[in-house]
Design a protein around this ligand. Structure first.
Ligand code: AMP
Ligand code: GLY
Length: 430
């Protein structure tokens, strides 16, 4: 098969790495890719949102399967555009990608399908939204309705914070059209976990659970980021709970989407809060998480490409995935100044030494090559991953690999997976 992966992050490097091991593969391309991806795929310099150019490339190169990594091209309709010219694309249509593109849409689907989620209301009028906040009080969650690259959610501890968020999104237009309407939600309390399912429109199979760290600083403090690290599996979401999530969240969502004429094919990524009343849906994403994907790919012991093909042909009901008996930890190496203002073009050394640590694996994200040197060219620059018999062992290996890097202007969190290790101690104490 001739395959085109779309994206340039650590997630896409992990996907290319997994696909490159498939006996079904004849040639792999990645648009636009990065220097790490170039070791396993031919990189083509087309941006992820240049859908006409991606379609033209796919036609010219007789691509059999396109795999978009990020949400933006999915929401912009890459799957529909590829299918119009007869090219298979693993990902939801633009209509089904609304599960990530619109908070309101997701809440409506969740309510219609009976999926546990926070109580909510939608507002197009800022004064009505503020009045609602004054009546309900804090804590309360304010969400811009549209896609806002992780900047559209404020968990307000006080009424004043909530009102400021409404003013920012709806009146000052800080997020553009994405903030023209807001969803205001009940604040859920608990531990967060991510759950992934591979879907073919009617059937789904579990890809497992993971947990990520969104805040930039140790101890989960500081600004939100795309993800500073992840681990899988997570004690917050046991294997027994996975079956429950499939039965009460994923399958009803597929049934509801199909009944709306927008069957969901692709990766359904449920952001869950594990509350005292059980898991509740925070949000859906329509793609793999980054860096959760890196952990899942390291644990997967099946042919990813064969699974994607089964999903494209609607044959997942008869497909089984195998997993390595291991845990995986991913540590994001970010450029100094991330997330506000990452410093570019600093030289990174030691990636080979990091990858040579037994059990470790280095995925590239925002890297580039300048004058023969590997340099930083983005916020999240590398994902240093490792597997091991336990989360603690995988984490130790990942940090040993991190310590091989020679990159003074890069940084990482030093406490990835701390919650899993606290869980472990609690279990041992009992
Ligand atoms: P989202 O973009 O919807 O994933 O929200 C970003 C983050 O805000 C989530 O990962 C949660 O930490 C938090 N969050 C979102 N909705 C809620 C809620 N209803 N209650 C508590 N925290 C929330
Ligand atoms: N790591 C979270 C995400 O990819 O959305």
């Amino acid at each position: 098969m001739r395959v085109l992966v779309v994206g340039s992050g650590g997630r896409e490097h992990a996907l290319c790495w997994a696909i490159s091991a498939s006996p079904l593969l004849t040639k792999l391309w990645c648009a636009p890719g990065n220097p790490g991806i170039a070791a396993v795929a031919e990189c083509v310099s087309i941006g992820v949102l240049d859908i006409p150019a991606l379609v033209a490339f796919a036609l010219e190169n007789r691509i059999d399967l396109v795999l978009p990594g990020p949400e933006a091209p999915l929401v912009a309709g890459i799957t529909d555009a590829m299918e119009r010219v007869g090219i298979a694309c693993f990902g939801p249509s633009a209509a089904a990608a609304e599960l990530e593109g619109s908070k309101t849409f997701t809440k409506q689907v969740a309510d219609a399908a009976g999926i546990p989620t926070a109580k909510w209301e939608r507002f197009e009028d800022a004064e009505a939204a503020k009045e609602f906040v004054r009546r309900r009080g804090a804590p309360i969650v304010i969400k811009a309705d549209g896609l806002a690259a992780g900047k559209g959610v404020v968990v307000a501890e006080t009424e004043a914070q909530a009102i400021e968020a409404i003013r920012d999104f709806m009146q000052d237009g800080t997020l553009g059209v994405a903030g023209a309407a807001v969803v205001i939600e009940e604040c859920l309390v608990g531990e967060e976990a991510s759950f992934f399912a591979l879907c073919d429109g009617t059937s789904a199979i579990a890809l497992g659970a993971a947990q990520d760290h969104k805040r930039v600083g140790d101890g989960d403090i500081g600004p939100n980021t795309g993800g500073m690290g992840a681990y899988s599996p997570t004690p917050a979401l046991s294997t027994a709970m996975e079956a429950d999530i499939m039965a009460r969240f994923i399958r009803p969502t597929l049934a509801e989407m199909a009944s709306r004429g927008a069957p969901f094919r692709g990766i359904l990524f449920a952001g869950l809060m594990i509350t005292a009343d059980g898991p509740k849906l925070i949000e859906y994403n329509v793609r793999f998480g980054d860096p959760e994907c890196q952990c899942l790919m390291l644990r997967l012991n099946s042919d990813l490409l064969a699974a994607l093909v089964a999903a494209i042909y609607g044959e997942l009901a008869h497909f089984d995935l195998c997993w390595h008996e291991c845990c995986a930890v991913a540590v994001t190496m970010a450029a100094e100044g991330y997330p506000a203002n990452p410093r570019k073009h600093t030289i990174i050394q030691g990636t080979e030494a990091a990858a040579n640590i037994p059990g470790a694996c280095v995925f590239h994200a925002g890297t580039d090559v300048l004058d023969g040197n590997l340099v930083a060219n983005g916020g999240r620059v590398l994902t240093i991953c490792a597997t091991g018999p336990s989360i603690a062992a995988a984490r130790d290996t990942a940090y040993r690999a991190v310590d091989q890097l020679n990159w003074a202007q890069g940084f990482c969190r030093r406490d990835i997976a701390w919650r899993a290790l606290v869980h472990k101690t609690e279990q041992t104490d009992r």
